[in-house]
Ligand binder design. Structure first.
Ligand code: NAD
Length: 447
């Protein structure tokens, strides 16, 4: 089949390359000419493991190409996916649909034979109706069906997620569109990946409900972590103890600095706004958003506390800028407000991240970008792990201690064991694993 992907970012490029790998002929379109030039020159604009090889293989096989020319590619297409960004709209937090609507207008003008237009972008309930209205208004004669097919891939594991998804959700009630999309996803049908056909509005809501639920799960364990610190319990063991219950499951129960990234923050906000507009407020989601927002400041306070309550004139090393490992994405990463709060408290900041520094540089003008974790630690009074990159999991603690002014490690991802770090001569703070001295007064109080 001939597929067109409008938008060649994290979702469009991965989906396009994977569809090409399924055997389809795929054209990835982007209006960013520099991005398209890079892709045509064989370079990948984002960091995603194994994506370079997948793209190169499918380009060489003649199945994958890149262009800025939306018109020509749409005219030849059987299926057009919309994979453009839907960021939070400035001011009110609703999803900004201007890129989706703009793409719909451009697509409409160039539709030729029967075409299925599919929104893969995360879009609020009813967006499919609006895309269809725009297309019919722009090109009343077009033979077109608008379907929804939200994407659930995770950055850092995107190819695996796309090729072995937990499920595929397709929102359409049209038999022709269903047949076309069954063909598009044929290899996954053969793999017996669960495929859910549903109504378009339901499909759109499934994506937001899934993201809001996961954000809520993370936020729940983060609040439990705060309680653990007060009562002398260990959140790692609480998470394991509840996660072994099949009804709960072990994933997304890692306490940390709060969720971030290109999806959860904007999607929880957009869902909250949609629900308020429809008179059905989602109070759990509202609480999740508020708790998560406050958490970044709380994490900065944890660092200040570990550094004896005063950061003025001190250097803090920050390891990790991306919102999670194995991506270069820094959109809404907790690292940025944490760095900002530490600077506000008077600290000089030295940062290191294996992939995120290029994107972060314009956003962090008064920060020193280091060449390695050890370079970042040079002269620091505290070292803070914000992102759990593998490269930070087995740091040479003696080597760090030798270059630091004070041996203080604040581990916001709980990737170290308290006793090993303390044995290495560090003062150690983590998340939800309370200092032992807190346990005693509680026991006394219980007697
Ligand atoms: P992105 O910003 O990386 O990519 C979007 C691309 O679309 C950009 O390259 C932009 O230049 C291009 N674009 C915008 N308007 C265009 C137009 N009219 N014609 C051609 N190109 C156009 O965004 P992303 O992270 O890939 O996210 C895309 C959508 O997928 C969003 O709705 C997001 O919520 C959703 N999503 C993202 C992820 C993720 O992990 N990033 C996962 C699931 C769903």
């Amino acid at each position: 089949m001939r597929l067109v992907m409008i938008g060649s970012g994290y979702v469009g490029l991965v989906s396009g390359a994977c569809f090409a790998d399924f055997g389809h002929e795929v054209v990835c379109v982007d209006k960013d000419a520099a991005k398209v030039a890079m892709l045509r020159a064989g370079r990948i604009p984002i960091y995603e493991p194994m994506l370079d090889q997948l793209v190169a293989h499918n380009v060489a096989a003649g199945r994958l190409s890149f262009t800025t020319d939306l018109a020509e590619s749409v005219r030849a297409a059987d299926v057009v996916f919309i994979g453009v960004g839907t960021p939070a709209r400035r001011g009110d937090g609703h999803a900004d649909l201007s890129y989706v609507h703009g793409a719909a207008r451009e697509i409409a003008r160039n539709l030729a034979d029967f075409t299925v237009v599919v929104t893969k972008s995360t879009v609020p309930v009813g967006t499919g109706d609006e895309v269809e209205r725009i297309i019919r208004e722009t090109n009343p004669a077009a033979d077109v069906v608008v379907a929804s097919n939200p994407e659930f891939l995770r950055e850092g594991a995107a190819i695996e997620d796309f090729k072995r998804p937990d499920r595929i959700v397709i929102g359409t009630e049209d038999a022709r569109a269903r047949a076309v999309l069954e063909e598009v996803y044929r290899p996954l049908f053969l793999n017996r990946s669960p495929i859910l056909f549903t109504r378009r509005r339901t499909s759109e809501l499934i994506k937001y409900a899934a993201n809001a639920f996961l954000a809520m799960k993370i936020t729940f364990i983060n609040e439990i972590a705060d309680l653990c610190e007060q009562v002398g319990a260990d959140v790692q063991e609480v998470a394991r103890g509840i996660g072994l219950d099949n009804r709960i499951g072990p994933k997304f129960l890692h306490a940390g600095p709060g969720y971030g990234g290109s999806c959860f923050p904007k999607d929880t906000l957009a869902l909250m706004k949609t629900a308020q507009d429809h008179g059905a407020p989602l109070r759990l989601v509202e609480a999740t958003v508020a708790v998560n927002d406050a958490r970044k400041r709380a994490m900065a306070r944890k660092v200040i506390h570990a550094a004896d309550g005063d950061l003025r004139g001190k250097t803090v090393a920050v390891l990790g800028l991306t919102f999670k490992p194995n991506t270069d994405d820094i959109r809404d990463t907790p690292a940025l407000p944490i760095v900002q709060a530490l600077q506000d408290a008077g600290a000089e900041i030295r940062v290191y991240d294996p992939q995120g520094m290029e994107a972060a540089e314009p956003l962090l003008p008064d920060v020193t970008f280091a060449r390695s974790a050890y370079d970042a630690a040079e002269g620091a009074s505290a070292l803070v792990i914000v992102t759990e990159w593998d490269a930070f999991r087995a740091l040479d603690l003696a080597r760090l201690r030798a270059v630091m002014v004070r041996a203080v490690l604040v581990d916001l991802r709980n990737i170290y064991q308290p006793d090993e770090v303390e044995r290495a001569g560090f003062a150690y703070a983590s998340v939800g694993r309370s200092a032992p001295h807190l346990a005693e007064p509680m026991l006394e109080a219980a007697e």
